[in-house]
Design a binder for this molecule. Structure first.
Ligand code: ADP
Ligand code: ASP
Ligand code: MG
Length: 431
């Protein structure tokens, strides 16, 4: 069997959904599980609904209705008459959202987030299931929450592997054996108590990898709006080229450093089961894309990753004691508790510096917690460039008109934290 994953960009409107159905029809070879994300920017719109629940419930419900209407418009463009069953399914998901919004009892933000954010994936997968069946592509909807079991780390559920593997197989196999496609949602799972949990923004790729690994898929294909994995984000850099082949290792490194084309957790389950991952274009489905597979390293051109909205946080010990292992242990314990990912770090005798996402509330908490022991200085609004397989001649052009604040180099990986002069956008990459 194979697994296809379609992201938000591929199903953003009726034309997108029609294109997806053509791709499934044309490229399906044998049993298939399809994983789909919320349409277009629906997840961002749902984040606004969630924020308003805590400030203005009426507005929150209005925003949710706008989302409902957008999906009904898509359905109108797909069907001569929208199937009654689809309309009531959409209605049901919206009503469940409204209940949470109207709930008076105090609830934790992250918990509420997960109970509402799932609506995007649930509705898009309902529409796609109905559309595929209307095209005689026999398809069965499976609620991913009955397969993907996580702990209760809201917004970043950790997979309970053994139960998840078992549930995926017991749900999917009978459907596949009956000759039907399984259609499910990315990004969402559920605790053993049946509370919805999301897997982290952009997490649909990860769901597809979990399913591929559980079912020993022959291959997984993620269909994107780019020709494959490129030497940099084409929305940011010029002159990028497609990489035809990447090893699992290189793909893990790239995505770890923030290459947004694949969710960073996607590669590991595939590598463990040696399942090839293809990244292909839904705009040009005949073309080859990128194959991620194997271990034999080869020569790569420079690959550039930009992470914007970074902050440097400098800690120095107030009593001028050396920054030693016990200080570092305390700080890392805190990073772990606050779920802060350290992108670059460096220490001197009495100071320690990390480059992290510029999340004001987390940085505030961090500073408050350690202020008795450390003096803390925060430098916000920075950019982090990571260049894999860096050749030094490209750096001056890439970093032109930028003020370099910190630079780290390990073998052929260079990381540079910079401040941009106002009005300067990113320079071209010569790969
Ligand atoms: P999905 O529709 O699956 O959610 P995303 O929008 O998350 O897809 O990912 C595709 C986008 O990733 C591209 O449009 C591109 O802007 C961005 N991207 C970032 N880095 C790269 C890269 N190295 N190669 C290709 N695309 C990249
Ligand atoms: N819809 C979710 C998001 O936008 C998950 C995904 O698209 O992968 O983050
Ligand atoms: Mg995405």
């Amino acid at each position: 069997m194979n697994v296809f994953k379609f992201g938000g960009a591929s199903v953003k409107n009726a034309a997108g959904i029609i294109n997806v159905s053509k791709i499934i029809q044309k490229f399906k070879s044998g049993p298939l599980v399809v994983v789909v994300s919320a349409t277009g920017k629906t997840t961002n719109a749902l984040e606004e609904v969630i924020n308003e629940k805590f400030t203005d419930k009426k507005k929150s419900i209005q925003l949710l209705r706008v989302i409902q209407n957008k999906h009904i418009e898509i359905a109108k463009d797909l069907f001569d008459t929208i199937p009654e069953e689809l309309l009531s399914q959409i209605q049901e998901h919206i009503v469940e959202g409204e209940w949470i919004i109207e709930e008076e009892r105090e609830m934790q933000y992250d918990y509420v987030y997960d109970q509402i954010i799932c609506i995007g994936e649930l509705i898009s997968s309902r529409i796609l299931t109905h559309y595929l069946n209307s095209q005689n592509i026999s398809t069965e909807f499976v609620d991913a929450r009955s397969m993907i079991e996580t702990d209760d780390t809201w917004r970043e559920g950790r997979i309970q592997w053994s139960n998840t593997n078992e549930k995926i197989n017991s749900h999917c196999n009978p459907i596949l054996n009956a000759g039907k496609i399984v259609l499910t949602q990315g990004f969402i799972g559920s605790t053993s108590e049946n509370n919805t949990v999301s897997l982290g923004r952009e997490g649909s790729d990860y769901t597809a990898a979990i399913i591929s690994a559980a079912m020993d898929a022959k291959s997984m294909i993620i269909w994107k709006d780019v020709p494959g994995v490129l030497t940099g984000d084409p929305k940011v850099f010029e002159n990028v080229t497609k990489l035809d082949h990447l090893t699992f290792m290189e793909a893990i490194e790239m995505t770890y450093y923030g290459a947004k084309v694949i969710h960073p957790k996607t590669i590991q389950p595939l590598k463990n089961k040696n399942i090839p991952l293809h990244v292909r274009s839904f705009l040009d489905p005949e073309s080859d894309g990128t194959l991620i597979f194997g271990e034999i390293e080869r020569e790569y051109p420079p690959i550039v990753v930009l992470e914007s909205n970074q902050a440097l946080v400098h800690f120095s010990s107030k009593d001028l004691s050396f920054i030693a292992e016990d200080h570092l242990a305390r700080l890392f314990d805190l990073f772990d508790k606050l779920r802060i990912k350290v992108n670059v770090m460096r220490n001197t005798a009495i100071s320690f510096t990390v480059c992290i996402q510029n999340d004001k509330s987390k940085i505030h908490l961090l500073t408050e917690t350690v202020h008795e022991q450390f003096a803390v200085i925060v430098e916000p609004n920075l950019d982090l460039y990571t260049i894999r397989h860096c050749n030094d001649s490209m750096l001056p052009k890439l970093l032109e008109e930028k003020i370099i604040i910190m630079e780290e180099r390990i073998r052929k990986t260079v990381q540079v934290v910079v401040k941009s002069a106002p009005g300067i956008i990113h320079k071209r990459v010569e790969a």
